[in-house]
Ligand binder design. Sequence first.
Ligand code: PLP
Length: 399
Amino acid sequence: MVNDTSVPLSSPIMATYSRFPVTLVKGKGSYVWDDQGKQYLDFTSGIATCNLGHVPDAVKEKLEEQLQDLWHCTNLYHIPNQEKLAALLAANSCGDQVFFCNSGAEANEAAIKLARRYANKVKGSGSSEVVTFQQSFHGRTLATLTATGQEKIQQGFSPLMPGFSYLPFNDEEALEELTTRKPAAVLLELVQGEGGVIPANPEWVKKLAEICKDNGILLMVDEIQTGIGRTGTLFAYEQYGIEPDVISLAKGLGSGFPIGAIIAKEEAAKGFEPGSHGSTFGGNPLATAAGLATVTHILETNLLKQVNEVVTYLDSQLEMLKEKYEFIKNIRGKGLLKGLLVETNALDIVQKAIANNLLILTAGPNVVRILPPLTVTKEEINEFIEALEKTFQGIEKGE
Ligand code: PLP
């Protein structure tokens, strides 16, 4: 049957996003250009994805090389880039084995499946429940939106998946519940990104890790937004002195090429065996070429040292803004994942910034989220502060 196109549609794209009136067609480093040739300073990095800036040469070259050879190959055969990337991730984390997929939601989906299967098949007793935290964000598939501790993300999708419960974030007393519930796993963001750029309190995380260890609960950290150098270390968990059993990754791993992964400790990885999980595209030669080039570049150029220097500068500049503008109540986050808590409409600031050639984001109604690439320079930070100050003209407290 021929589709009936007589029904007028406002757009052939489903209305899952409300989009800003900008069409981006080109990017390089910290800058992007729209279809009118207007240049913007991009402090969104495609939401913590283009961590090496746009079209980074180190990744582009490796992708171009791989494009000549082999694009795709099923996981029924060995894939050299995949094996190299898995080895690199394992060597630079507390984990041992890696499963590759294509996105953040799929990575968390894999983590949840691993936790359940580990509980059911390896331990063979106890609960297969996964505990997450209020205000968390873990993705949009049915399991990961159920894991997400925000009703607005879940609305309209009932029935949700069974086997999830939520505890308040950064609440020490609430952790006691884990000792009685003894769930299969806890899934945690070390900095809640979408939930408002809220870092987990280090003492609380230590206590959580202890409880998990003492009670045979898998500790799974969602590093989809915080991973791959975003917070100043390759993984945010390194700053908390803990060793998670499972780490989920996506976003920055492929510099914009879609790829996701979980890294698991050997014991937790026993939850999967041939046939228990899989993905057609997961870890294909192109995606893992991008991942391998990205992680290799970060490690070989010692980029994180530069990140930490630039973060000190960014922090001082943001502190200066906080002193100057009454509506900025707090600055929070870690490394190059920053949130300005504002007593005004954050979306209004983001929209006005576009007119000043600056792209930034919100994280909820009162948080302006700032995600420059890890390659950002002090000069670009100066340009950002200038554009932000222009944007702040006319912004009133409580607007
Ligand atoms: N987990 C966290 C912490 C995220 O920030 C995101 C995306 O914003 C996801 C999971 C979902 O990732 P994706 O959109 O690639 O499915």
